[in-house]
Design a protein around this ligand. Structure first.
Ligand code: GRF
Length: 217
């Protein structure tokens, strides 16, 4: 059996997706969260990382050039042998040097069906507010590769979630988040499994994770 692929998770907030990745890791053994990086000292994700015994680092982006940031991030990723990066509620752009150093090795999860309801400023409750304001009947979660813009990289996986009559923002958010927690670890497994084998990951299929799963449970 190959050693687990070292993964860096970037998070700015609560870190429930980080938690899902940590929980799944114990069963999968395909990847290991080697380090968690946040732009905010108060991110709950950092506590989750420390509780799990992982490195938890704050890298402030304030008053720093993308060049400086890129150098620092790359150094610490390389020190830890990181091969894959998973953004989990990280609200800043990834410096271009990091994007260039990790082609098709950086994932993000977004709480809508991209390319709809994505882009700069479209995060958190704003996404679900926009979905409800539009009267959209189906929303969902998207995992995509990360490029130098917000939410524009190639889509790897999507999982649709119904918007029900009478739904409010919290209701839609909770239903989508539940799906995210199932989808993200599966996609990280898929990519890391391929990285470990030195292969192209090929298409991700949802059937492996959605059978018997009900987002209403
Ligand atoms: C998730 O909805 C994710 O899709 C988005 O940010 C949120 C992060 O939530 N990118 P959490 O911090 O993982 O709980």
């Amino acid at each position: 059996m190959k050693p687990p692929v070292p993964v860096a998770v970037f998070a700015s907030g609560g870190g429930t997706n980080l938690q899902a990745l940590l929980d799944h890791e114990e069963m999968s053994e395909i990847y290991r969260v080697a380090v968690v990086i946040s732009d905010r000292e108060d991110a709950r994700a950092l506590d989750r990382a420390r509780t799990a015994g992982r490195d938890a680092l704050v890298i402030s982006v304030k008053d720093r050039s993308q060049g400086e940031l890129g150098d620092e991030v790359l150094r610490l990723l390389r020190d830890r042998g990181v091969e894959v990066i998973a953004l989990a509620g990280y609200l800043k752009l990834i410096p271009p040097a990091v994007v260039a150093a990790y082609p098709r090795r950086i994932l993000n999860i977004h709480p809508a069906l991209l390319p709809a309801f994505g882009g700069k400023g479209m995060y958190g409750e704003r996404v679900h507010q926009a979905v409800l304001a539009e009267g959209t009947k189906v929303t969902g979660a998207t995992v995509h590769y990360v490029d130098e813009e917000y939410d524009t990289g190639t889509i790897v996986a999507q999982w649709p979630v119904p918007v029900l009559p009478g739904d409010d923002v919290q209701g839609v958010a909770a239903r989508v988040l539940k799906v995210e927690h199932r989808l993200y670890p599966a996609v990280v497994d898929h990519l890391c499994g391929a990285v470990a084998e030195g292969k192209d990951p090929g298409p991700f299929t949802l059937t492996a994770v959605d059978s018997g799963f009900d987002s209403h449970d």
